[in-house]
Design a binder for this molecule. Structure first.
Ligand code: ARG
Length: 246
């Protein structure tokens, strides 16, 4: 289990008191989702989401520790109190809002199809007779499940998005549907895989939010204020440019 601690000046933060040690907020992330969260060669958790939350923590004057948390158990880990915060390219959905609270959106996304370069797939509907890989329990899983049916044998579910993309490379599936940022990053960094991307206007816009336990308004407000702060002072734009260009 890899962690990364970012230390921020504790003088102004809500956790700063003279006697008690400052609270370290435990942030869960499924670190197999570059460029949002991944592990580098040293095993450190890095990425856009990590930089954003670290900057928010610095603004708020609190400490955070990132803990790699598999996607399949990530919402449960929050619920159980094992994590205080989740940042994991999590799309804000009405269903998820029933069980957790989300900050203001911090990133826009949309589903994108990855196929082999020779593929005839030109739109989402073309996936109907094909085998499609998704990461279990993601919004990509949701749209493909809607298209092909819940029990369709044509849907292959993987515990991470890179595993689904590897399966596309080896020919076990004909397409993968996942968030645009991750698919674009993978295609750009794995030219040898011979993938291309296909977009479709039927995919609805998605927005990422940072999640806290339902009713945890103190932490929610702290993060929202920090997020507004890093947007206002240009930090967010600098982080954005670092990962996605300006
Ligand atoms: N945005 C998608 C969702 O919320 C996928 C997120 C997957 N994130 C990750 N770190 N694996 O369902």
């Amino acid at each position: 289990q890899e962690t990364a601690t970012s230390t921020a000046p504790a003088a102004s933060g809500p956790a700063a008191t003279a006697s008690a040690p400052a609270k370290v907020y435990v942030v869960g992330t499924d670190a197999a989702y570059a460029p949002f969260e991944s592990q580098n060669e040293k095993g450190e958790i890095v990425g856009f989401d990590i930089d954003v939350v670290s900057a928010i923590a610095a603004k708020a004057g609190v400490q955070v520790k990132f803990v790699n948390t598999p996607w399949e158990g990530i919402f449960n880990a929050l619920q159980q109190g094992d994590r205080d915060v989740l940042v994991s390219a999590i799309t804000i959905t009405d269903e998820r809002k029933q069980t957790m609270d989300f900050t203001a959106p911090y990133f826009d996304a949309v589903q994108l199809i990855a196929v082999k370069q020779g593929s005839k797939v030109a739109k989402f509907d073309d996936l109907k007779p094909l085998k499609v890989g998704v990461q279990t329990g993601t919004t990509g899983d949701e749209v493909v499940t809607k298209l092909l049916g819940k029990n369709s044998a044509a849907i292959k579910r993987f515990e991470s998005t890179p595993l689904a993309l590897k399966e596309l490379e080896s020919g076990g599936v004909d397409a993968v549907v996942a968030d645009n940022g991750v698919v674009i990053h993978y295609v750009a960094n794995n030219a040898g895989a011979g993938f291309k991307t296909v977009s479709d206007p039927s995919f609805t816009p998605e927005q990422y939010g940072i999640a806290v336990r339902k009713g945890n308004t103190a932490v929610l407000e702290m993060i929202n204020q920090g997020l507004a702060g890093i947007r206002a002072d240009g930090t967010y734009d600098r982080i954005y440019a670092k990962y996605f260009g300006s």
